[in-house]
Design a protein around this ligand. Sequence first.
Ligand code: ADP
Length: 269
Amino acid sequence: MTAEYTLNEYLIPEQPFYAAQNNEIELFEAAYKNGIPVLLKGPTGCGKTRFMEHMAWRLKRPLITVSCHDDLTAADLVGRYLIVGGETRWADGPLSRAVRGGGICYLDEIVEARKDTTVVIHPLADDRRVLPIEKTGELLQATGDFCLAISYNPGYQSVLKDLKQSTRQRFVSIEFDYPTATLETDIITSESGLDHEMAARLVKFAGMTRNLKGSGLEEGASTRLLVHAGKLMVTGVDPRSSCRGAISETLTDDPDMLKAINELSASLF
Ligand code: ADP
């Protein structure tokens, strides 16, 4: 039953640009060497996925990413029997594929998934490093190449969206936040081609929206949204429309809040 996997299609051929915020690269490499799974914490759009792509490239391991959602079940991760041409065949899910092929499995926004998925990752995320596949009766032993990483946004305060201690206490945790102004300006410049001065204004604008978190806004503008606004500007859209389209309207539908955010952008552009 043990399949030979190469997972070559999941290798990242070129170095993804990643501007380190702290010592996260070193931390991840040390966790990887020791076979300890990694938990990336932080708001959306602050570089977690890019970091994983960068690490997979650095470690020369294939990267299988799963965006978790509320319908995602353990079978979606582990696999299921399929009927193909009248025959019943086992089809591995992304997690079993990563274990068999010695890849990195990144479960993005793990708390969105159904509760049975966290039970599945537990034996993989402790010293045992095994994945039991109940339906086939297999017990897959992860090799040293395999790595489990999950992400989680602690900003969405809700009991239902909390990561349980029994899960989180298996991981090395790396905290991500919005980069410093200088770093974020460099990221926008590099990712969108926008000039430095305009990128710095976008960062200032982002800071203003981030201050509104909790007073009517669920989240402030992420680095991702600033990169989008930068790209629109580089394509020729005027700065205010770029900010409105890429940032204000994306953050909220509330007319008063929209007005307030658009006034902030008008004070800068
Ligand atoms: P997350 O996974 O945290 O939601 P992403 O990794 O998808 O966020 O980041 C969104 C975008 O922001 C990336 O595609 C990239 O353009 C940019 N970005 C954010 N942080 C960084 C960083 N530290 N280095 C390079 N690009 C970054």
